[in-house]
Design a protein around this ligand. Structure first.
Ligand code: ADP
Ligand code: MG
Length: 249
């Protein structure tokens, strides 16, 4: 049994079958990549895992519990966090303030805007926020306003915000989309570090094969809403069906 078990999931948008009988099993503490051409249904599948979409049929089990019918914030509390294509951070706040928000939310069950004077007294939050920033190598940038960070640093900050929720499963939808090569490589190194240090499972949607082959333990190829093949990166690289359907050979 994987930590994430998707069984016979179907999703239609009007006449379009976006997902057709998707089965997916993600083993705990692995990185599982989902690849496939544009429109294959990757984001739709991810949205079914986080409660943004409800499958027409099928089941999605996480850590032994069904996620179906739960709201996105409830699924988040179960231990699933996600990272979108565009980093979701608060541009007007500093790096440190950004990370404190999910720390407060986790401790208090709600966002609380604090006067700066009172924050220093919240030593547990300050310690936690500092350790999250240290984990993503951003401690020295703590007082920078988030909007002025590079793309790669914005991603780092977002990762620190995610990690402060101590997720068991991290879902990443094209985390390096639009990044320069240096930022992409930094993001790969960051994800490798996180994977090595924590008990965490990752499920990553990614177009960049360099990223996929650097991180994934297993790869599922999705084509027209249905898994075409699932295997290790080495096997996927040489698979004739994959070369034909995905790499266009
Ligand atoms: P991918 O992420 O693999 O590029 P998507 O999951 O975004 O693919 O889309 C799969 C198919 O479903 C596409 O044909 C897309 O146009 C369609 N689709 C996705 N979301 C919606 C929606 N909300 N309404 C209608 N069609 C959608
Ligand atoms: Mg997509």
């Amino acid at each position: 049994m994987g930590i994430l078990e998707v069984k016979n999931v179907n999703k239609r948008f009007g006449g379009l079958q976006a997902l057709g009988d998707v089965n997916l099993s993600v083993a705990e503490n692995t990185c599982h990549a989902i690849i496939g051409p544009n429109g294959a249904g990757k984001s739709t599948l991810l949205n079914c895992l986080i409660g943004k979409l409800i499958p027409d049929t099928g089941s999605v089990m996480f850590d032994g519990q069904s996620v179906l019918g739960r709201k996105p914030h409830e699924i988040n509390q179960m231990g699933i966090s996600r990272v979108f294509q565009t980093p979701e951070i608060f541009g007007d706040l500093t790096v440190f303030e950004n990370v404190m928000i999910p720390c407060f939310a986790k401790r208090d069950g709600a966002f609380r805007m604090h006067a700066i004077e009172s924050v220093a007294a919240e030593t547990d939050i300050v310690d936690q926020a500092e350790s999250m920033l240290a984990e993503v190598n951003m401690l020295e940038k703590r007082d920078i306003v988030a909007s002025s960070l590079s793309r790669g640093d914005k991603r780092r900050l977002e990762m620190a915000m995610c990690l402060s929720q101590t997720p068991k499963l991290l879902l990443l939808d094209e985390p390096t989309a639009g990044m320069a090569r240096a930022d992409t490589n930094n993001t790969i190194e960051l994800l490798k570090q996180i994977k090595a240090r924590r008990d965490i499972t990752m499920c990553i949607i990614e177009h960049d094969m360099h990223v996929v082959f650097s991180l994934a333990d297993r790869i599922t190829v999705l084509a027209q809403g249905t898994p075409l093949v699932e295997d290790t990166p080495d096997k996927i690289k040489g698979h004739p069906k994959v070369r034909e359907a995905y790499l266009g050979e």
